[in-house]
Design a protein around this ligand. Structure first.
Ligand SMILES: NC(=O)C1=CN([C@@H]2O[C@H](COP(=O)(O)OP(=O)(O)OC[C@H]3O[C@@H](n4cnc5c(N)ncnc54)[C@H](OP(=O)(O)O)[C@@H]3O)[C@@H](O)[C@H]2O)C=CC1
Ligand SMILES: O=C(O)C1=N[C@H](C(=O)O)C[C@H](O)C1
Length: 270
């Protein structure tokens, strides 16, 4: 009998859902045991592979997370904040590792995830790629080394369908920069500029979001100082890197106790 961890993918028809299904079904280290969509979605009750336009995969798309999670060792969730928070309680009940790639959480969502992590292994990151997680480490180091004569600006660009801003990655980078400076991001984030804004406040960390076309994800952290500028950049050109990171997290989480982890834990970058 196959002893590899069984994984359920939520939001199966989404951009990341499809990519996750491809990556997990090609992996020898895990098995795809379930795929979920919203009740009423036209994929419900169909074979997943056929719904995706290919050969049958022997996995039927469902709309009942409780039923699907009961057979899983990990849930990989790139959906929406409300859906993810609901899944977290059910994943905890099923004792399955919950890997969360969803972004755009409000404080109340994060409070509920923290509560779920008292009973479950949650691994959450606004970006699952090795490159971005390394970039957060570099950002923290550069911010630590420079004083506030260097203004920090984070510029991100994504496809036209993205619904949240700033991106989860931009916020991770902002948190890293703020930590390097020994301040709280909430106290220094400047997330909206329009009209007569006045001069930039020393110590602020600014965010700019570009949306257009099919951009996968690009992030610049700019340190603009007197007479010089440092730019740290990450460019994602293929969503499979996020899916590979999520699979790595699902495998890393097997056998861990409850708690909230991130990709720095998974990648050994802490
Ligand atoms: N951490 C990372 O590395 C990455 C994170 N992301 C994040 O992942 C999330 C998804 O991105 P993407 O795949 O591009 O988005 P899509 O809109 O393409 O896919 C989201 C999927 O989730 C489903 N969904 C949304 N709400 C619910 C709900 N309440 N119940 C059940 N299913 C639901 C959607 O169904 P429906 O269409 O019916 O709404 C859809 O199938 C975003 O938050 C994005 O920022 C993306 C890439 C990388
Ligand atoms: O929505 C996306 O597409 C992405 N979302 C994540 C984010 O909000 O940072 C990660 C990646 O940049 C793609």
């Amino acid at each position: 009998m196959d002893q590899t961890p069984g994984i359920v993918v939520t939001g199966a028809s989404g951009r990341m859902g499809r990519m996750l299904i491809e990556v997990i079904s090609q992996s020898e280290a895990a098995r795809l045991v379930g795929a979920l969509e919203r009740p009423g979605h036209d994929w419900i009750g169909r074979d997943l592979g056929e719904a995706m336009g290919g050969a049958a995969m022997g996995v039927t798309v469902g709309d009942d997370p409780l039923e699907a999670f009961a057979n899983a060792q990990a849930i990989v969730d790139f959906t929406s904040p409300d859906a993810t928070v609901a899944h977290a309680d059910l994943a905890a009940q099923a004792r399955a590792v919950h890997v969360i790639g969803t972004t755009g959480f409000a404080e109340e969502h994060l409070t509920r995830l923290k509560a779920a992590a008292r009973h479950a292994t949650i691994i959450r990151a606004g970006n699952m790629s090795l490159g971005v997680n390394l970039l957060t480490v570099l950002t923290r180091k550069v911010a630590e080394a420079l004083d506030t004569s260097f203004d920090i600006e984070i510029v991100e660009a994504h496809h036209a369908q993205k619904v949240d801003a700033p991106s989860g990655t931009a916020l991770m980078l902002g948190e890293a920069a703020a930590a390097g400076r020994g301040v709280s991001l909430d106290d220094v984030a400047d997330r909206a500029r329009d009209g007569i804004t006045g001069a930039r406040k020393t110590g602020d960390i600014g965010f700019t979001a570009i949306r257009g076309g099919d951009i996968v994800g690009e992030h610049d952290v700019i340190f603009a100082g007197p007479g010089e500028r440092i730019v740290l950049r990450h460019v994602a050109s293929d969503r499979s890197l996020f899916a590979r990171g999520a699979l790595k997290a699902a495998l890393w989480g097997q056998g861990r106790g409850p708690g909230e982890f991130d990709m720095l834990d998974v990648l050994g970058l802490k």
